[in-house]
Design a protein around this ligand. Structure first.
Ligand SMILES: Nc1ncnc2c1ncn2[C@@H]1O[C@H](COP(=O)(O)OP(=O)(O)OP(=O)(O)O)[C@@H](O)[C@H]1O
Length: 613
């Protein structure tokens, strides 16, 4: 039997920055994760072949028209010319249609694949422990689900189409050229291969130049937006000139970087055109010699000139496409890394042990915890918190109070030891059951842009714990009851639109104290068996303080609560006080007992009393 002592330490793996797979492995894995991308790929490929063949229709038609129509043995054969032109038109139409279909089909398949990739990545981010999320900067996580997926989409929809069509186009042109003259085909390839290799380094320089431009754009936007946001401070300190100079410099930097990048692009582009023209010249000269020897007809020579044009575009684009491919693979790696991060706080689901609703008792046994890569911040915590008890956890800043709260609410799992709810290890309690029974009330809950009613009802999940907060009339009734029980009716009545008041983004339209009240009302509606409260530290006016205290009192009445207490008055009012010091529980008892004991708590309390009076 496994005991807490021999349980392996939980590996708090954070999200790797990339998946560490090679290019091909990344592409293979990416397609496995989003198989929708390959939907109907065979037909798309066939259509792409038709589209690519369309690129050589004109050279072929020109050759046929000249050799068998205009220069026919018995003089110009007008009927043949007309047929050839009409045939070419039909083929071009078919190729154009195929090309459109290839675009549409690739677009549709890619969007379906990427949408499912986004959903998977987003769901997974949600399942990851708070720990994995916090080790990764949240913004960066958002970018993985959004802009990194965009780099893939950019490549697949633009680069991918070009790559597919270009490769087929080169193949079709080469085959036709080889049919006309293998010698001249070799000449064309010999001219283009070096260009391809030269373009690589040039393209890299372009890419570096553009990265610099993007950085300068960022710096410029930063400088401008800082000046706009901080306009009041800038004016107050009379530093407008200095700010202007900074902005001017940032704009000038950007201009210089943009011009440099554009110059490089012009050089690269013109050299492509130059080589293409040179090849045309070489083809004419070599072709003329071959023609003299009887190896090449005039029609074929002219067709060659067209075919050289068919070569130029894919070769010029190739390095850019490869660049996009690199970007896409990098994006894919970052998204896959999210998907590969193991869910540390795993949900046992139906195979877990559902605990019945009712008074909740909590026990911590030999609990230790370390944040990733850090030392233990909780050591050997043994605690038994009876049901229906108001517990206050006190301790100096950094003593581990919040960490303890996160373990009790299973936002993370302990590195060693066990946290039990009514005797069941939290790791065995299904997530739905746990969220129904245990609710964490942060200092200030996150408010969503919407009405006050919506924000309060957010905590209520009706009878279905996994369901959406219900919007039915019963909720309205419950809201009214909750506000009455918490003594918040007056407050809501005084608001301009009552429960329909818009709270603004993140609740910016409410005051700090009001946001705290929303958090309390929300927790009340959630009607959990155990509340873990992080007491607000921000000061509010005395009237609001009284209202909040009264609401909190109603909220916690008759319920098991664990409050991270920042005020001694909260500890005084609690049934049980847990004192933490440097990650250890050093004292447990009632306020009176602990004061009488004359230990750490008595010292903290004494200091508070002395300061207050
Ligand atoms: N995400 C984190 N990553 C690494 N270390 C952390 C993290 N959060 C907290 N810690 C560390 O863990 C220790 C305990 O922190 P905790 O937040 O639990 O203390 P606290 O008692 O709640 O403090 P406060 O009263 O200031 O909120 C501290 O040393 C802190 O630096």
């Amino acid at each position: 039997m496994s005991t807490q002592a021999d349980e392996p330490a939980a590996d708090h793996g954070s999200i790797a920055s990339t998946s560490g797979l090679g290019v091909l492995a990344t592409l293979r894995r990416g397609l496995q994760v989003s198989p929708e991308m390959l939907d109907g790929a065979l037909l798309t490929l066939l259509l792409a072949v038709v589209a690519a063949c369309g690129r050589v229709v004109v050279p072929l038609a020109v050759q046929q028209t000249i050799d068998t129509g205009i220069l026919a043995d018995g003089g110009v054969d007008s009927r043949r010319v007309v047929w050839l032109v009409a045939g070419a038109a039909v083929l071009l139409l078919a190729a154009g249609l195929s090309s459109t279909l290839v675009n549409v089909r690739l677009f549709r398949a890619t969007e379906a694949g990427l949408a499912s990739l986004r959903v998977q990545a987003f769901r997974h981010v949600h399942d990851l422990s708070v720990l994995s999320q916090s080790t990764e900067r949240r913004g960066s996580l958002v970018s993985r689900v959004t802009s990194d997926v965009d780099t893939i989409s950019l490549f697949v929809q633009w680069g991918g189409i070009l790559l597919l069509v270009s490769v087929l186009q080169l193949a079709a042109a080469t085959v036709l050229m080889a049919v006309f003259s293998w010698q001249l085909t070799l000449v064309v390839w010999a001219c283009y291969v070096p260009l391809f290799f030269l373009l690589g380094p040039a393209q890299r320089r372009v890419s570096v130049a553009y990265t610099a431009v993007r950085a300068k754009v960022g710096a410029m936007l930063g400088a401008v937006s800082e000046a706009v946001v901080g306009a009041e401070t800038i004016r107050a300190y009379g530093v407008a000139r200095r700010t202007e100079r900074r902005i001017d410099a940032a704009i000038e930097d950007h201009r210089r970087a943009a011009v440099r990048a554009q110059k490089l692009v012009s050089v690269v582009f013109s050299s492509g055109v130059l080589v293409s023209n040179l090849v045309l010249g070489v083809v004419v000269v070599v072709g003329a010699f071959l023609g003299v020897g009887g190896g090449l007809t005039i029609g074929q020579l002219v067709a060659f000139l067209f075919l050289v044009q068919v070569f130029t575009q894919p070769v010029q684009m190739a390095t850019e496409i490869l660049n996009e491919l690199q970007n896409a693979v990098a994006g894919w790696r970052r998204v896959l890394a999210v998907l590969e991060t193991p869910v540390l706080v795993a949900d046992r689901g139906a195979s877990g042990t559902t605990t019945p609703r009712g008074p909740a008792a909590v026990e911590l046994s030999g609990v230790a915890f370390a944040y990733p890569g850090g030392p233990d911040v909780l050591h050997d915590v043994d605690l038994s918190l009876p049901a229906r008890t108001r517990v206050a956890v006190v301790g100096a800043t950094g003593s581990g109070k919040t960490t303890l709260a996160k373990l009790v609410t299973r936002l993370m799992d302990p590195t060693r030891g066990r946290v039990l709810l009514d005797g069941v290890d939290l790791r065995d309690v299904p997530a739905g059951n746990l969220r129904e029974r245990v609710v964490m009330v942060p200092q200030e809950g996150f408010l969503f842009d919407g009405t006050l009613a919506e924000n309060i009802a957010y905590g209520h999940r009706g009878s279905d714990p996994s369901g959406e907060p219900s919007h039915d009339p019963r909720t309205a009734g419950m809201l009214a009851d909750a506000l009455r029980d918490l003594g918040l009716e007056d407050w809501v009545a005084d608001l301009p639109d009552g429960l329909d008041t818009q709270v603004g983004q993140r609740g910016e339209a409410l005051s700090t104290g009001e946001r705290q009240l929303v958090a309390v009302a929300r927790a009340y509606l959630a009607s959990a068996d155990l509340l873990v409260l992080d007491e607000a530290t921000s000061a509010v006016d005395p009237a609001a303080e009284v209202r909040l205290a009264r609401a909190l009192d109603s909220l916690t009445h008759g319920r098991s609560t664990i409050t991270i207490a920042h005020r001694m008055s909260t500890a005084e009012a609690a049934d049980l006080v847990v004192v933490m010091d440097q990650g250890r529980v050093v004292e447990v008892g009632s306020h009176a007992e602990l004061v009488a004991r004359g230990g750490v708590y008595a010292g903290m309390h004494g200091a508070w009393v002395a300061q207050a009076h």
